[in-house]
Structures are given as structure tokens and as C-alpha cells.
Design a protein. Structure first.
Length: 95
């Protein structure tokens, strides 16, 4: 199954100033998503980080996935300038 998961306010709580480097993980939600991944599902993390500011949050987000325990996945980003959405696809492999 293909499952899309938003990052902010889903697997983490982000500060109101949207400095995503200060986001804090919600471990029980990450554990549930990891379980779905371990069961063979494809997890796609979906985010709009940086679309309003133009800041590239890729490295911050990648490090957060590693430190928060989303590390049994491989991440790829695809920018869609027309929609203003960045997709981080989590597929089989190791980050």
C-alpha cells in the first residue's frame, strides 16, 4: 500500500516561527509509521517546508529522520515548483 504522511504536526511538533530545525518528534506516531513500513507499505513523507520562504530544509529534514528513528528508509526529494510542494519519498533501503 502507498501511504502519504505529512511531516509537521504529524510526526513532529513545529514551532510557530516555523524554524523546522527546532521541531520535536512525536515518537509514538513515528513508531506506528515505521511499523507500517516494516509490514511492506511504501511511506511517502509529504511536506511544504520552505515553500513560503524559499529556504531549503532538505538537510535538516534528512537529519531529523535519522535522529528521530525514521532511519530504516531511503529518502529522495522531488520539487514541484508549480504546486509549491516538496515530496520526500521513503522507499526500501537504508538512509
Amino acid at each position: 500500500m502507498l501511504i502519504y504522511v505529512d511531516i509537521d504536526e504529524t510526526i513532529c511538533e513545529s514551532p510557530k516561527d516555523r524554524d523546522y530545525a527546532k521541531a520535536t518528534p512525536v515518537k509514538d506516531r513515528i513508531e506506528k509509521i515505521n511499523k507500517l513500513f516494516d509490514e511492506g507499505n511504501t511511506i511517502v513523507y509529504w511536506t511544504a517546508r520552505g515553500t513560503m520562504t524559499g529556504i531549503n530544509w532538505y538537510e535538516v529534514t534528512k537529519k531529523q529522520f535519522q535522529t528521530w528513528g525514521c532511519n530504516r528508509t531511503q529518502g529522495n526529494t522531488t520539487d514541484n515548483a508549480d504546486s509549491g510542494i516538496t515530496v520526500i519519498e521513503i522507499a526500501a533501503g537504508v538512509l
